[in-house]
Design a binder for this molecule. Structure first.
Ligand SMILES: Nc1ncnc2c1ncn2[C@@H]1O[C@H](COP(=O)(O)OP(=O)(O)O)[C@@H](O)[C@H]1O
Ligand SMILES: [Mg+2]
Length: 263
């Protein structure tokens, strides 16, 4: 179940916003896409999921599980998305429907892909809420998103992404919108869920400190290009590009601030 991205290029309004990106996610690997804001991380994720804006021209190759995803018809792509590849976005509020209970939203993901009935979907929603360690699962499924904290909402979004047991999870800055302490909790949760399921992971962040907590390999992006890639340990100890060196300086600053917060 590997993902191979080759020479991926996305052009929007004549701009090459993703410019020949290549990387591989071997089966069960945890790979990070890291770079400053605007470097092309989210568009790379959206290209993999077939969710690019309609005015985007995509070329190159994205082979998932032996199957070419670039140019795949919408129906076929919709089957891959959610069922085989799950996605968690930065802002849980946008992923959730404000007027549906969280249980129905988690259950909907199961119903669409597995065709189970309403009652079974509710049971599954409770089980999934427990899996992401939401408190009091059998009651929280009847609540609405606004009745939950930000961290709890992100747990719901993760439960929706994982409900169909995808083989690959793409998490696009899943902790960026959360308070520092909640960030650490969500990161720990994601790591254990990915470990337990043996899933592959593409984790997107601008923070090398965060990435070192969850990924083993990093792909550094700048202006839609891969600047450097390698094991996280190498990026941390011997970064070769000024971009990675800058990310490392920012990460170290974050760690220091974190220690001050804790004291
Ligand atoms: N829908 C869009 N239309 C036009 N330009 C876009 C669109 N989405 C993103 N871009 C541009 O593409 C570049 C990369 O965006 P993105 O992948 O979202 O960056 P990142 O996730 O690394 O912050 C940015 O310069 C951004 O302004
Ligand atoms: Mg982004």
């Amino acid at each position: 179940m590997s993902l191979e991205v080759r020479d991926l290029t996305v052009v929007i309004d004549g701009r090459r916003v993703v410019d020949g990106i290549s990387f591989t996610v071997p089966d069960g690997a945890r790979v990070g896409l890291i770079g400053e804001s605007g470097s092309g991380k989210s568009l790379t994720a959206l290209a993999i999921l077939g969710l690019l804006p309609t005015n985007a021209d995509v070329s190159g190759s994205i082979v998932w599980n032996g199957r070419e995803l670039v140019g795949l018809r919408d129906r076929a792509m919709a089957d891959v998305r959610g069922d085989e590849i799950g996605i968690v976005f930065q802002e849980p509020r946008t992923a959730l429907n404000p007027i549906r209970t969280v249980g129905r939203q988690i259950g909907a993901a199961v119903r669409i892909h597995e065709g189970v009935g309403r009652r079974a979907a509710r049971e599954r929603a409770i089980a999934e809420a427990a899996r992401v360690r939401l408190p009091d699962p059998s009651h929280i499924v009847d609540r609405y998103p606004h009745q939950l904290s930000g961290g709890q909402r992100q747990r719901v979004a993760i439960a929706m992404a994982l409900a169909c047991n995808p083989q690959l999870l793409i998490a696009d800055e899943p902790t960026t919108a959360l308070d520092v302490t909640i960030q650490a909790e969500i990161l720990t949760l994601l790591r254990s869920l990915v470990d337990d399921a043996g899933m592959s992971l593409v984790f997107i962040t601008h923070d090398l400190a965060v990435l070192s907590e969850i990924a083993e390999y990093g792909v550094v992006l700048e202006n839609g290009r891969v600047i450097e890639q390698g094991p996280i340990a190498t990026l941390l100890t011997a970064p070769t590009s000024p971009i990675t060196q800058g990310l490392l300086r920012d990460a170290t600053a974050t760690l220091w601030r974190g220690e001050e917060d804790a004291s």
